[in-house]
Design a protein around this ligand. Structure first.
Ligand SMILES: O=C(O)CCC(=O)C(=O)O
Ligand SMILES: [Fe+2]
Length: 324
């Protein structure tokens, strides 16, 4: 590891201290039970308000409940703005590929920075499509928040690091992430993989965190592990769309070995998420979020400005840094 990398890691570790504290606090039984009761009340109060779905969209929710994942495509969904999403996304991807030959930081996996997200806001806005919000709200059963996007560029270097290890997302109890592939993704192209089974004691956090596991460690914990039965490997052509509950299911981006991958992840959770200090992962600032919210209708604004629904005390801790 180079000196500047070491310094960055050390700096991020310091910035992560408040979020680590928050995670431990939320795991403390008196706090956990109060948060759990408030969540139960929110679900109860929202029961009669969840939007109706078409049979096709209801099938997505049913799959999410059954296996934690549903695979479809932009064509099948037929949402407005999908052409713009693909055009903008593919153009970014092409630029990253050509940058990679000159700029060493672009020669490995990374995610798009705030400038690229803001310059391609059509991608960001796609995630606020009413039908997507309906699907997510139905599945989560509570008012929802939209935490924006991550545009991941994954290098085919076979490395089992970051989100390419098995993990659970920790923003909330349940989440929906919608992944859209911007290139064809096969077995060696870094597909999203979602574990159908629960790990023994999967609900148990260690110092407020769920263990992060390599493939080997996962297999050691699941003695009779069988990849075909236990894991959904989400492969597909450009424009494949994956809905997954990445908070209640272990998952990873399988390390890419044969092809680089570019994918956009759209992120949703309860408007009052369990760990707000683990949210805001989309690289853009709060000021930029307000700018994006400006022209929106009520529902979309409320989803995007979810932090305004947080109780005061939950707004105090600064969010953990975005590592990659
Ligand atoms: O890159 C991937 O496919 C995994 C991403 C992931 O785990 C996440 O965004 O939570
Ligand atoms: Fe994840």
């Amino acid at each position: 590891m180079s000196g500047s990398n070491l310094a960055r890691v050390a700096f991020n570790k310091v910035l992560e201290v408040p979020a680590n504290l928050g995670s431990r606090l939320i795991a403390w039984p008196p706090v956990a039970s109060r948060a759990g009761a408030a969540y139960g009340r929110a679900r109860e109060a929202h029961k009669e308000r969840v939007p109706d779905l078409s049979p096709a969209d209801a099938a997505i929710v049913a799959d999410l409940k059954r296996t934690g994942v549903h695979i479809t495509s932009l064509d099948t969904l037929g949402l407005t703005g999908s052409d713009a999403l693909l055009d903008r996304g593919r153009a970014l991807y092409a630029r990253y590929v050509s940058d990679g030959t000159r700029d060493p930081t672009r020669a490995r996996s990374f995610q798009a920075g705030a400038a690229d997200v803001m310059a391609n806001r059509e991608i960001f806005y796609w995630g606020l499509n009413d039908r997507l919000l309906d699907i997510v709200e139905n599945y989560l059963g509570v008012p929802i928040g939209y935490d924006g996007i991550n545009i991941f560029f994954t290098k085919a270097d076979g490395r089992q690091v970051a989100a390419r290890r098995w993990h659970r997302d920790v923003e909330d109890r349940h989440m929906v992430k919608i992944a859209v592939y911007l290139n064809d993704v096969d077995e060696g192209g870094g597909p999203l993989q979602v574990l159908r089974r629960k790990l023994p004691q999967h609900d148990r956090t260690v110092r407020g965190k769920f263990p992060i596991l390599t493939q080997e460690e996962l297999e050691r914990r699941l003695a009779d592990f069988r990849i075909d039965r236990d894991v959904t490997t989400c492969m597909g052509k450009t424009g494949t769309v994956v809905f997954a509950d990445t908070a209640s299911h272990y998952h990873r981006g399988k390390p890419a070995t044969t092809h680089d991958r570019c994918a956009v992840y759209f992120n949703y959770f309860h408007r009052v998420p369990l760990r707000p200090f683990r949210c805001e992962r989309s690289t853009i600032s709060r000021a930029q979020i307000r700018e994006l919210a400006e022209p929106l209708l009520h529902r979309q604004r409320d989803c995007l400005l979810w932090r305004e629904s947080l109780p005061m005390v939950a707004r105090l801790l600064p969010p953990a840094p975005v590592w990659e």
